[in-house]
Design a protein around this ligand. Structure first.
Ligand SMILES: [Zn+2]
Length: 459
């Protein structure tokens, strides 16, 4: 046997199916070439005492924001800085939400964002075009998206036109399913939020301590029920993103029991923080939509991961500068939602989930990689470690402890919600399609080397 390009020696491989004994992994070009007996390599990585994980797939991030108002602060990462944060955190594929410019059809949105990502990304990427009002032009684009290798569209139930367009939306979800696309849905009910907010405003209760009351759990529950109904009637799969509450999870669990194709994502914030943060210092730091919930919700989400009711954990990485996040002028009616989390997703979930005994290592890999690969048509090219798969690998040091300081990390966001937390378990090396893109604290990949993760052809 000749030399291989890269060998990772003596690490314990972890897949969604189990934890292996220490083994060598050989990489040729972009793919895993051999596991077990691996010849000498041009580049060797000693992974003794380390875990080797499939690269994480964070299917929900914001690395572009074409709608930012002139002069207003916006999300601060692009495909290059977002890739750096991703790769340093063991994420090798990101799924970017692509908002349409006024008048754009989904295909035009996809092509515009693809041009940007192709030039700037280092991580591999998926693009999720956001569905605008379901006009005949927009609907006509949906089957074409699939032909371009796109695997998903994104829908927001909080859009102002949602309630007037349910019939057209049903058509869109049906067309998406028939074309092999997954519909990702942000589930919160706009009228309920508007009413709850107006009542608080009338009482003068506009401070962020009232933020959870302004977007009550029931607004998530009713929107989730409605989206389950869309999936059920359209006969098409939906993926509820950033699910935050016990009651909304129960809605999805019930739907799944009845065979409705409903998949569930939660985001790390809901696993690590509760709503009392909005009564503490700098509540703006923790603002997302939906808001943080109670300890009972937090427990339900951990159980949901452990039991398999939650398919994926994705960050909804939406990075801001701290000064813009904690603007004292903010009220329940004026907030900047979203937090940066790409670099901390895996380490914090490992530290708080696996080390604390809440979830197994296999489950960690399932919710951070394998399940997203399956849902988005990438498995087994991505989402696992096997001969012939993309060499997207993370050499992970389960004993490395570090105190989080968002100001020194790779996202341009200058803070982290975990600032000051001691987190144990960090990536040592990240390999994306055979290229070492992160090592010794340095991101090395060149912008433009990331590629759109294309769906695996079904034979
Ligand atoms: Zn989002």
């Amino acid at each position: 046997m000749g030399k291989v390009d890269l060998a990772i020696r003596n690490g314990r491989p972890v897949t969604g199916a189990g934890v292996g004994e220490p083994a060598d992994i050989g990489i040729e070009g972009e793919r895993v070439a051999c596991i077990g007996i691996v010849p000498a390599a041009r580049d060797e990585i000693d992974a003794r005492g380390k875990l080797v994980l499939p690269g994480c797939i964070d299917a929900h991030v914001h690395l572009s924001y074409p709608l930012a108002d002139e002069g207003e602060p916006g999300w601060v990462d692009d495909f290059t800085s977002g890739s750096a944060a991703a790769l340093a955190g063991g994420v090798t594929t990101v799924g970017n939400i692509c908002f349409p410019l006024p008048g754009e059809t989904p295909l035009q949105t996809l092509e515009r964002e693809e041009a940007q990502a192709r030039e700037m990304a280092v991580a591999d990427y998926l693009l999720h075009p956001v569905l605008s009002r379901p006009t005949p032009e927009v609907l006509a684009d949906i089957p074409t998206l699939a032909r371009y290798g796109c695997r998903s569209i994104k829908l927001f139930t909080v859009f102002p036109w949602f309630d007037q367009e349910v019939r057209g939306i049903l058509e869109a979800v049906h067309l998406a399913g028939a074309s092999g696309l997954l519909t990702l849905v942000h589930c919160e009910d706009r009228p309920l939020i508007a009413f709850a907010t107006a009542q608080l405003v009338a009482e003068g209760k506009t401070g962020l301590q009232y933020y959870p009351v302004s977007r009550p759990v029931v607004s998530e529950v009713v929107a989730t029920q409605r989206v389950v109904a869309l999936a059920e009637v359209a006969g098409a799969p939906v993926h509820v993103v950033h699910l935050s509450s016990r009651r909304a999870l129960e809605v999805c669990r019930d739907a799944r029991r009845r065979g409705v194709p409903v998949h569930v994502e939660t985001r790390p914030m809901y696993l690590h923080f509760t709503e009392d943060r909005f009564s503490g210092p700098d509540p703006g730091r923790f603002v997302g939509q939906p808001p943080l919930r109670t300890a009972s919700d937090l427990d339900a989400l951990w159980e949901g991961i452990a039991q398999g009711d939650i398919d994926t954990v994705a960050t909804d990485h939406a990075p801001w500068l701290l000064a813009d996040k904690i603007d004292p002028a903010h009220t329940i009616e004026a907030v900047r939602p979203g937090v940066a989390d790409l670099e901390t997703l895996l380490p914090v979930l490992y530290s708080e989930g696996v080390r604390s005994g809440r979830i197994s290592l296999e489950r960690l890999v399932q919710v951070l990689s394998t399940n997203a690969a399956r849902l988005l048509g990438l498995f087994p090219r991505k989402g696992t470690i096997r001969v012939g798969s993309d060499a997207d690998l993370v050499v992970f040091d389960p004993e490395c402890s570090r105190v989080v300081d968002g100001a020194c990390m790779h996202s341009r966001a200058d803070y982290s919600v975990y600032d000051g937390w001691e987190v144990t378990g960090w990536p040592d090396v990240t390999v994306r399609r055979g290229a070492v893109v992160y090592r010794d604290g340095q991101v090395m990949g060149r912008p433009g080397t990331g590629r759109r993760a294309a769906a695996v052809q079904k034979g």
